[in-house]
Design a protein around this ligand. Structure first.
Ligand SMILES: [Zn+2]
Length: 263
């Protein structure tokens, strides 16, 4: 007999795997300008329509050893990767003990952040379709929550204007896509959250450049300081850190440690 907590945990992971499968479709189709609903999933090589048994997250991919079951063409590893990452992310949620509304908000944010990060990483752009939808969604949440009407609006403006200005001054270093994405993030985390997000994302970006600075110094013929990084994934990670609030998480860990080690 499995405990209620374990059952809940497995349920979160399972829902995450299925949701990740959809997010993979978003990341795959939006850059090509295709609908995320029609046509139903097909193999891009043999065009065979996939049956429900071909769409079981992770399992179908493992069973066919990463290839299409009908024609043997390798399946884009982005799809199972999305499923695993989302499954793990959902699996973490019950441990955060942040309440249903915050969990839901975090999940909605993650659902924009993951496809946008993957698209930016692969195609070096952040489609307006996703960043604008994320902004509207963030505003809708802000307006139905405890914050006042202007809270998400200030969040958007503070982020958008900061990176928008940078993008205008230095268009090669920062794109308008980044400005719209940090604007959208602002509708979820507010103006103060935007500052924290920029701090975390810049620190993470600098940290990720550190190995090439210390060891290689060059990336092919490009010196390390000219390496271009897609900033979208760092903005997403920074915002998730702000939303999860590591301080709160540490408190949860400490209190559970205190419970398990009676002093
Ligand atoms: Zn095929």
């Amino acid at each position: 007999m499995i405990s209620q907590d374990l059952f809940l945990e497995l349920l979160y992971i399972l829902v995450g795997l299925f949701w990740g499968s959809f997010l993979g479709v978003v990341a795959d189709r939006v850059p090509r300008g295709e609908s995320i609903v029609f046509p139903p999933s097909r193999c891009i090589s043999c065009q065979r329509r996939l049956s429900p048994s071909d769409l079981l997250p992770l399992w179908s991919w493992l069973r066919a050893q990463g290839t299409c079951r009908y024609c043997g063409t390798p399946i884009d590893p982005l799809l199972p990767a999305c499923e695993v990452v989302t499954g793990l992310f959902f699996g973490i949620l019950p441990f955060l003990k942040i309440g249903f509304r915050q969990e839901f908000l975090l999940t909605v944010f993650f659902s924009f952040a993951l496809p946008l990060s993957l698209i930016d990483w692969r195609h070096r752009r952040l489609p307006h379709l996703l960043t604008w939808t994320a902004s509207l969604t963030g505003c809708a949440f802000g307006w139905t929550g405890p914050e006042n009407f202007l809270w998400p609006v200030w969040g958007f403006l503070s982020g958008f204007l900061t990176l928008g200005l940078l993008s205008t001054l230095h268009p090669k270093g920062m794109g308008m896509g980044d400005a719209f994405w940090i604007g959208a993030i602002g509708t979820f985390v507010g103006a103060t959250g935007v500052l924290e997000t920029l701090f975390f994302s810049s620190s993470l970006a600098i940290l990720s450049l550190l190995p090439s600075f210390l060891f290689k110094r060059t990336n092919g013929s490009i010196p390390w300081y000219k390496t271009s990084l897609p900033f979208g994934p760092y903005l997403s990670l920074g915002a998730l850190l702000v939303m999860i609030d590591p301080g709160h998480w540490l408190e949860v860990l400490q209190s559970s440690a205190r419970l398990s080690i009676p002093l």
